[in-house]
Design a protein around this ligand. Structure first.
Ligand code: SF4
Length: 165
């Protein structure tokens, strides 16, 4: 399946726990003031990549703990991102998703979108919410602004309420 990307970092230590593959999707509707990656906003920018090809380098590297999908806005290409997440979990690795949406919004949309259900079922940690420049902090781990949350998705789905890490 094709996905439009801004870029890939095969080995990152700043996009979640451990050494990870980080995939940055192209296209974002949020336009947060102070966004660090404005070049990822254009939905016609970036380049097209194949989901199976993206994952190949990670499959051969046991020391890579998992996959992080950031953006841009990953949820704008949810079918392809769900496929990346599902195949990553099948390798025994974990999945971190960044989104400018709130998890409550995603859970509501999931009632009518099976791709969001599939993505959430294959996500370990979700960092949610837009970047808010007035709440920016350099002391946060894996987050840019205080409003953003690191959410344990398996626990959230089983508890029926948001469970933070
Ligand atoms: S959601 Fe992320 S990529 Fe999109 S504008 Fe906000 S900070 Fe930038």
């Amino acid at each position: 399946m094709k996905i439009r990307l801004a870029g890939i970092v095969n080995e990152s230590v700043v996009d979640g726990p451990g050494i990870r593959m980080a995939v940055f999707t192209q296209g974002c509707p949020h336009h947060c003031a102070g966004c660090q990656n404005p070049e990822t906003h254009d939905f016609m920018g970036g380049y097209l990549a194949d989901t199976d090809e993206i994952l190949k380098p990670m499959a051969n590297r046991k020391y890579i703990k998992g996959l992080t999908v950031s953006g841009g806005e990953p949820l704008c290409q949810v079918q392809a991102v769900a496929e990346l997440a599902k195949k990553t979990k099948a390798m025994g690795k974990d999945v971190v998703i960044y989104t400018g949406y709130l998890v409550e919004e995603l859970l509501e949309k999931a009632k009518e979108d099976a791709n969001i259900v599939e993505l959430l079922q294959n996500t370990d940690y979700l960092i949610d919410g837009p970047f808010i420049e007035s709440q920016k902090s350099l002391h946060l781990v894996f987050r840019g602004s205080v409003n953003q949350r690191v959410i344990d998705i398996p626990k959230t789905l089983s508890a029926g309420k948001v469970v933070l890490c």
